[in-house]
Design a protein around this ligand. Structure first.
Ligand code: G3P
Ligand code: MG
Length: 345
């Protein structure tokens, strides 16, 4: 590996190739690391210890915690050191949205307890509320769920009848779909006040609605794929359409969105110490290794990256060809790295 790289332009400190690794179904399944993951990442880190500077990132539609917490979790599950600077979660791109809403009350959905509030505040959002805060303020908001002790302890109780929520960000997969759908409908139809009169008028969309992960399905450690945040989005839109006759406009971030892949390109280039995205000479060929044709392969192909589809996650060849054609199909992430190194030189 080192001889092949040094014989190419690695001597000027920049590598001809870079990697973006999806997480669920490629590196891990639930809380279980895939054996090929440790071998693949060890191979890259050994090359980088030789000074070969192969940039790589972990690019997931997962999240719900800080990049630091996710890196620590992955380090433990995979058994290989993962730096937080390499981790891009579904909501990491929202760091760029915080300034617009810094002084406005916003609703954040998904994850456990107030984990996502803490993440949003770390991005610069200053007035962040969760659906559990609203339920703690008025249990009649949704009479079919009672907060558990931890949720009660971490709730921030304010008078929501006085707080017009200006935007709703679905950071991660909601745990209480019915409560969250009820509250989204309440604030959209009332213009932001929970419990306020439904004055929503056609054509005005007072609440910006942002979803961070479009995945209908994802691969955990269950034999069949699991419903993801895209399923929650579709459930909300179905209920909203039954209520109003139309769906509600929203912003979709996460893979395969251009916003997420553009953000990922910038992070990869930062690893090349100041190389510019518009300098074709310095930008490496990026290999995206993923398990979901809809998010990983579609997004990589659109980004002009090479896409490598593994058979350890959502994609199952027994169900027919993938909806988006990868540059290469391989068994697992180790095969993907080996093929990319051969291909990239
Ligand atoms: O919630 C995470 C899931 O939607 C997929 O994650 O890592 O396969 O993009 P990932
Ligand atoms: Mg995946």
């Amino acid at each position: 590996l080192s001889r092949r790289f040094i014989s190419r332009d690695a001597t000027n400190g920049s590598s001809p190739i870079a990697f973006a690794f999806d997480i669920d179904g490629v590196l891990i399944r639930g809380k279980q690391g895939l054996p090929a993951a440790k071998r693949a990442l060890s191979m890259l880190d050994r090359a980088n210890k030789l000074g070969l500077k192969i940039p790589y990132i972990l690019l997931t539609n997962g999240g719900g915690v800080s990049e630091k917490a996710k890196a620590e979790d992955l380090t433990s599950i995979i058994g290989h050191e993962i730096s937080p600077s390499r981790v891009i979660l579904a909501h990491t791109v929202l760091k760029n949205a915080a300034a617009k809403y810094a002084d406005q009350p916003v609703l954040v959905l998904g994850g456990k307890n107030d984990d996502v509030r803490k993440v949003a505040e770390s991005y610069g959002f200053k007035h962040v509320y969760t659906s559990l805060d609203i339920l703690a303020w008025n249990p009649a908001t949704w009479p079919f769920y009672e907060l558990n002790e931890k949720e009660r302890q971490t709730a921030k109780i304010v008078d929501f009848s006085q707080i017009p929520l200006r935007a709703a960000f679905v950071f991660h997969d909601p745990r209480h779909w019915s409560l969250d759908i009820q509250i989204l409908c309440d604030i959209i139809l009332s213009g932001g006040i929970v419990g306020g009169p439904y004055t929503h008028t056609r054509g005005t969309n007072p609440i910006e609605l942002v979803f961070c992960n479009p995945d209908l399905l994802w691969k955990s450690n269950f034999p069949q794929t699991r419903l993801g945040q895209g399923a929650f989005r579709d459930a909300f839109q179905a209920v909203f359409k039954s209520l109003t006759g139309t769906t509600y406009p929203y912003v979709q971030l996460g893979k395969p969105s251009t916003a997420t892949y553009d953000y990922a390109k910038q992070v990869l280039l930062q690893q090349l110490q100041g190389k510019r995205a518009d300098d074709p000479e310095s930008t490496p060929v990026v290999y995206m290794v993923g398990d979901n044709p809809e998010s990983d392969i579609a997004g990589a192909n659109r980004a002009g990256w090479k896409s490598v589809l593994v058979r350890t996650g959502v994609y199952d060849p027994a169900n027919g060809p993938p909806a988006h054609t990868p540059t290469r199909e391989v068994e697992d992430v180790e095969d993907a790295v080996r093929w990319a190194i051969e291909d990239g030189l």
